[in-house]
Design a protein around this ligand. Sequence first.
Ligand code: ZN
Length: 241
Amino acid sequence: MSDTSVNVQIAKLVELQKIDYEVYDLNGQLEEKPAMLEEIKELFEGKKANLHVLEEKLKTIQLSRKEQELELKVKEEGVSKANAQLSAIKTNKEYTAKISEIESIKADMSVIEDKILISYEEFDKVNAEVAKEKANVAEEEKKYLLQKSKIDDEINIIKDRIKVLKSQKSKVGSEVDPACLDMYEKILVRKNGLAIVPLNGNICGGCNLNVLPQEINNLKKKHELVFCEKCNRILYLEEYL
Ligand SMILES: [Zn+2]
């Protein structure tokens, strides 16, 4: 490789690195999005929990009222049956006993009727709470859907940008020597999207460790690609670009 050639290759790699670093950053942002979507979804589901509890309560009230109404019906039939038996009774003693039985059933019925009345009041109260909570949840759903669509938009913007960058990359990449490009790509994958770094004074711009004087000399000769001995990234001198 001639002097100019190394410099040209490095300049192209630096250009490539700018593109790749942005791609790397964007991919990182993209990876976080599903967890963000999951988090806001869970938060919204949690806000629906109270409504669910109230709706279950409402169902329980209705169910237990139906049972009480059924029980009342059985008692009513009991009273009718006892009343019908009255005419067939011969003795005063039996008559008094039957009347007392009827009174007792009626007393039970009165208790059940009170319970049914209370159950209606309770139902109205909980029903009002359900309506209020439904309005709350509807409001929360609006917020959730808005947040979700914002994140979905961000995902699409990132994906579009990555497409643009990839097409830029393939253009610049085609101008780089294949062997150089292959080496660069391998370092890129291993080194978190940072393959070529500037030498700052005598410090490597990738690992921030000192670069050996011998390597700095090699870099200044511009004869070959020079690597940081510590992090194995390609080094370059900004003033030579
Ligand atoms: Zn280094």
